[in-house]
Design a protein around this ligand. Sequence first.
Ligand code: TRP
Ligand code: SF4
Length: 334
Amino acid sequence: MSEVVKETQTPPVVMSGMRATGRLHLGHYMGVLRNWVHLQNDYTTFFMVADWHSLTTKYEDTLRLPEYRRDIVLDWLGAGIYPTKATLYFQSAVPEIAELHLLLSMITPNKWCETDPTLKDMITSGELNYGLLGYPVLQTADILAVGGSLVPVGKDQLAHLEISRDIARRFNHTTGQVIFHEPRPLMTETPSVIGLDGRKMSKSYQNGIELAFSEDETTKAIKTAITDAKRLKKTDPGEPNDCVAVFPWYQTFTDASTCETVASECRAGSRGCMDCKKQLAEAVNEQLRPLRERRSNYAQDLSQVDAIIDAGNTVAREKAGATLQKVRRAFNLV
Ligand code: TRP
Ligand code: SF4
């Protein structure tokens, strides 16, 4: 018997999630979210706020979790996810995922989790908590609960996803019931946007642009960007390839001819870094304007946002409930 579920579901189910750790920035948008926006047109899409996953490392400080969760959905809606196309929901509103996690944990060797390289980087307290060890198993339950077969994520998630494939395969094999797809990653081609200080863009470094920033906040942040350190005066010739953050952003956010102009003026010493940053800020603001407008419209009507999430929770619960029933049966629990 084939151990791969044929992709008879039309269209295939795309599932992805983000932890609720605060507002999203441009890096999330370029790396993942923009891809989600495209996918919602061609697939059945489930996008989940992984609030349980947030607890795997941030269990001590949960005061702002309600705010973070909703902020993320606001960022998604602002980015152009349509609630009529995609199902948006909270993980903790779907208890079926927890039961599926439990059942999947029975067939998951500890070693698969212990050797997950991403988890090693996540250990904050020096200890590996049971919940954190189960991170990839919970993530597998997220995906399989709604019948996900394609998972759009960043590179950092590939190791987790490999475990998901192994768990799905082992389940199908062990129970002889071919219930699950082996979920495959869907990668974006866009290289990640570098942080304004040259490090990876991350909330904790405060080196990015939040999607919810105002235009002024954006301009201010871009002014702090690191350029070509050898340039002291405006008339010093610069080297765009040594420009830490500004030129790379031009390459991401503007067209080839703009980049060419910037590069040649920089090399000729006829372009000051301050002006260069101002122009970049304008370009970034222009691209973010429609997202920000949409976001602020939703932010002014939070009851509508809550209704969207409630409706999504219901859809996800129904789907997960049906999956879970099959899994219980496969283990002869019903
Ligand atoms: N681990 C993912 C991240 O940190 C979030 C996540 C949770 C997820 N559940 C998922 C991603 C299911 C894809 C599918 O970004
Ligand atoms: Fe970078 Fe622009 Fe300054 Fe050149 S002029 S170093 S591209 S910020």
